[in-house]
Design a protein around this ligand. Structure first.
Ligand SMILES: O=c1ccn([C@@H]2O[C@H](COP(=O)(O)O)[C@@H](O)[C@H]2O)c(=O)[nH]1
Length: 240
């Protein structure tokens, strides 16, 4: 019999509170596919905090620090991040080809230095909290989808493993970058959840149908009265 599809839900545990993050991650161990730790958690708790959450849940960790700096600095950050044994690390695609290539090479080196499995290296295209108006204010006036497409192709050509994008661009990137290119999709909102600051959103079922490999979902789960029940409810909404 074929292996069942992996649980695609990575819960964004966005809190500076190590005890809360640890308890939440442990509670979600049976209903989530992974834990996503970002800037808020890492700034407060660092490498030790990541180890604590990872061992509490036993789930893979997406270390979402979105590095964007000169190539040498990003490479050093990716090498250092490997100490946390993350399943996924990421950079901003807008940092360009040389920076992304350096990040990919640094993941090889970091995995060797820290004797861990090499993490996937992913690039953020355009943040899901931004729409056409936000982009225009930053001087980017072409359609968001065109910007995302060009950055996704640059990411693939730089040797990275995939991108962070909204579900709106998932099918287009899948067609442009191929079946093995990982599509990690935040900005996911069940019909019953608030939109918050996300602008390019889709429901979990729509995002999977569009081709997402991983759904990053935070507040609809972590802000719920019963986060485990909320995660289960989302899981039940996904196509079987
Ligand atoms: O384009 C992006 C890239 C990263 N994120 C991160 O995903 C989660 C989403 O949390 P919600 O509470 O479900 O909105 C959050 O940690 C962001 O930093 C993103 O939203 N969009």
């Amino acid at each position: 019999m074929a292996d069942p599809a992996p649980n695609p839900i990575y819960v964004a545990v966005d809190t500076p509170d190590l005890n809360r993050a640890t308890a939440l991650s442990a509670a979600l161990a049976d209903v989530a596919g992974g834990i996503k730790l970002g800037l808020e958690f890492f700034t407060a708790n660092g490498v030790k905090g990541v180890h604590q959450v990872a061992s509490a849940s036993g789930l893979p960790v997406f270390l979402d620090l979105k590095f964007h700096d000169i190539p040498n600095t990003v490479a050093g950050a990716v090498r250092a991040a490997c100490e946390t044994a993350p399943g996924i690390v990421n950079v901003h695609a807008i940092g360009g080809r040389t920076m992304m290539t350096a990040a990919a090479q640094a993941a090889d080196e970091g995995a060797r230095i820290h004797a861990v499995t090499r993490p996937l290296v992913i690039a953020v295209t355009v943040l899901t909290s931004m729409d056409q108006t936000d982009m225009a204010e930053c001087g980017i006036v072409r359609p968001v989808a065109d910007q995302v497409r060009e950055l996704a192709i640059l990411t693939r050509d730089s040797g990275l493993d995939g991108v962070v994008c909204s579900a709106h661009e998932a099918a287009m990137i899948r067609a442009a970058c191929g079946p093995d290119f990982k599509l990690i999709v935040p900005g996911v909102r069940p019909a019953w959840a608030a939109t918050d600051d996300q602008k390019r959103i889709m429901t979990p079922a729509e995002a999977i149908a569009a081709g997402a490999d991983i759904l990053v979902i935070g507040r609809p789960i972590t802000g719920a009265e019963d986060p485990v029940a909320a995660c289960r409810r989302i899981l039940a909404e996904l196509p079987k």
